[in-house]
Write a protein that binds this ligand. Structure first.
Ligand SMILES: C[S@@+](CC[C@H](N)C(=O)[O-])C[C@H]1O[C@@H](n2cnc3c(N)ncnc32)[C@H](O)[C@@H]1O
Length: 221
């Protein structure tokens, strides 16, 4: 699915979120900045926007992995254009079967990708395995706001307007139908924090962003 929409993904991301996704990535990066990470993995990196934001921390190496070659190719072109290709390595890789040694990364991030894992538990266990002790995790995911009137507005926009606009601009009839459904099927904020703890992470917590439209999950190993 992401292969089909790769060419228009960046435009649609910023357009459909009214640019707020850019702020959410900055907030996520601020969290990992606290431990001054040098080697960072961005899972489900897509076209690499979160990896680009992380590069502002001036780490030694960022590896972005994804299972969509078209998303990676769009990302690789962006890295070259921004002269970041020496720092950010965009690799093909499945988050549920990571091709890295145990305890490799100081920090691991995932922007709007974890919800797409076929097996969430397996993906989280792999992330835990390749993170160094003392490492920091930051995961961004859309979530359902609970308070009036954001809950009602979100229902109308996310389930009604967004799929129509997304399908029209991406020329893909199912991609943006999938988006609201995948959010509904994803565990609640509290349940996802418990999932992280179950896998072994410590200090797992969430922060609601923009009235609960998105959530930032953080944890340590
Ligand atoms: C919504 S995009 C997010 C891209 C980027 N992180 C961002 O912040 O814009 C989700 C990405 O997750 C990737 N993905 C889904 N399952 C994956 C997996 N098991 N391993 C690696 N990437 C995966 C998809 O190919 C897609 O590029």
């Amino acid at each position: 699915m992401f292969d089909n929409i790769a060419a228009r993904y960046d435009f649609l991301n910023h357009f459909l979120s009214l640019g707020i996704d850019i702020i959410w990535r900055k907030i996520a990066v601020r969290e990992i900045a606290k431990i001054n990470p040098k080697i960072i993995l961005d899972v489900a990196t897509g076209t690499g926007d979160l990896a680009i934001e992380i590069s502002k921390l001036k780490p030694k190496k960022i590896i972005g992995i994804d299972i969509s070659n078209n998303m990676l190719n769009v990302g690789r072109k962006k890295m070259i254009k921004k002269s970041l290709d020496h720092l950010i390595d965009m690799q093909y890789g499945d988050s549920e079967n990571l091709n890295f040694n145990d305890n490799t990364f100081d920090a691991i991030t995932a922007g709007f990708g974890v919800r797409n894992f076929e097996n969430l538990d397996k993906g989280l266990k792999e992330i835990y395995r390749v993170m160094k002790c003392g490492g920091k995790l930051a995961i961004l995911e859309p979530s359902e706001p609970k308070i009036f009137p954001f809950k009602q507005f979100y229902g109308l926009y996310f389930k009604g307007i967004l799929p129509l606009l997304g399908n029209f601009f991406s020329k893909d009839n199912s991609a943006y139908e999938y988006l609201p459904n995948s959010v509904v099927e994803f565990p609640s904020r509290e349940a996802f924090v418990r999932e992280l703890e179950k896998v072994g992470f410590k200090d797992s917590k969430f922060k609601s962003l923009t009235f609960g439209i998105a959530a930032l999950y953080t944890a340590s190993k």
